[in-house]
Design a protein around this ligand. Structure first.
Ligand code: PMV
Length: 333
């Protein structure tokens, strides 16, 4: 049976009581996957092939305010204070998400969304964006939903958004049901105070190939993709263990290996897909050199050219010396 996004929204919101308010504001943090979500088993519902595991970046993300437009004739969507046009894909994706929560066709909204990270540059602003929008829409419609339901609705906007419903370490369970009602994220609750993530923004331009297109292309054309779900399964186990025992080497090595394996599937697709720029490779080589010199630092990369470093506070001074423009984020306060 084929399920559409609206069927799932109906399953979740159908029985809810609506207590609409005029305006509601919500925020969500960006998350960076240590075991990546790469490949969908259902592209309509954003159901993944594999489980993934991320960590949230506190203070980096999206703040979204939704205001009911009385007597409006269409939705208005502002991204970083700029009114987006109906022809832009960002507008379409936001309006499609509003449709999930709309009660009748005359319900229109103004959406003001502000990102504190570069939009669509591989820093996962779509994850925090759809998580914040989901919370804001549930708020403005006055529906009371549990965390699993909110995570599922966020997933319908952008897969990785289901993980941005929580802070800290988060695991997204792929689930097995065709309707995806068992595919949502759960927090791990472990705290790792000395863990740091360094963001190296090498290129903040909007990327040419979205992760949505990139993963579909890889699944369709890369024979190496067959190896991916098995690696992800192994990596999730190793990462959960590393988080529980606070084994930094295991966490870093598993995350870096996982990112490289994901990028290898992209390179093995045809026409090939490569998100890296020469500066990305230069950073990787510096990281490998640092490890040879005894500095425990690892990296991860998403569907973009920017690199995120993983290290612990005791080597922060070295990292700042080597990468002068790194933005260091304390993951747990
Ligand atoms: O949720 P999307 O469609 O933006 O895809 C995210 C894909 C990666 O960032 C590459 C991996 C991940 O798990 O976040």
């Amino acid at each position: 049976m084929t399920f559409f996004r609206t069927d799932i929204a109906q399953k979740i919101l159908g029985g809810c009581e609506y207590r609409p308010v005029e305006r509601f504001e919500a925020s969500a943090s960006v998350n960076i996957a240590l075991c990546k979500y790469w490949g969908k088993r259902d592209s309509q519902l954003n159901l993944p092939v594999n489980d993934s595991l991320s960590v949230a970046l506190p203070g980096k993300g999206t703040r979204t305010r939704v205001t009911r437009l009385l007597g409006g004739t269409k939705d208005e969507v502002f991204l970083n204070e700029r009114l987006t046009q109906e022809t832009e894909s960002f507008y379409r994706r936001v309006v499609d998400h509003l449709d999930l929560f709309r009660r009748d066709a005359g319900d229109y909204f103004r959406v003001d969304t502000v990102n504190s990270v570069a939009t669509a540059a591989g820093l996962a602003s779509s994850a925090s964006g759809f998580a914040a929008l989901t919370r804001a829409m549930a708020g403005v419609q006055g529906v009371s939903l549990d965390d699993d339901a909110l995570s599922i609705l966020a997933r319908l906007g952008s897969g990785s958004a289901c993980r941005s419903m929580y802070d800290g370490f988060v695991r997204w369970y792929k689930g097995g049901r065709e309707d995806g009602m068992d595919s949502f994220a759960k927090p791990l609750r472990n705290v790792w105070r000395c863990l740091r993530l360094g963001v190296l923004t090498l290129n903040a331009a909007v990327k040419k190939t979205s992760s949505r297109e990139g993963m579909a292309h890889t699944v369709e054309t890369a024979s190496l993709y067959n190896a991916w779900p098995l690696q992800a399964e192994r990596d999730i186990v190793a990462l959960e263990q590393a988080v529980t025992t606070q084994n930094f080497e295991q966490l870093g090595a598993t995350a870096e290996h996982n990112a490289m394996a994901m990028h290898a599937t992209m390179m093995a697709s045809w026409p090939p897909l490569l998100y890296w720029v020469p500066e990305s490779v230069a950073v990787m080589q510096k990281v490998w050199q640092l490890r040879e010199d005894g500095v425990p630092v690892y990296f991860t990369m998403d569907a973009g050219p920017n690199v995120k470093l993983l290290f612990e506070s005791r080597v922060e001074h070295v990292i700042r010396q080597v990468f002068s423009d790194v933005e260091v984020i304390q993951l747990f306060s």
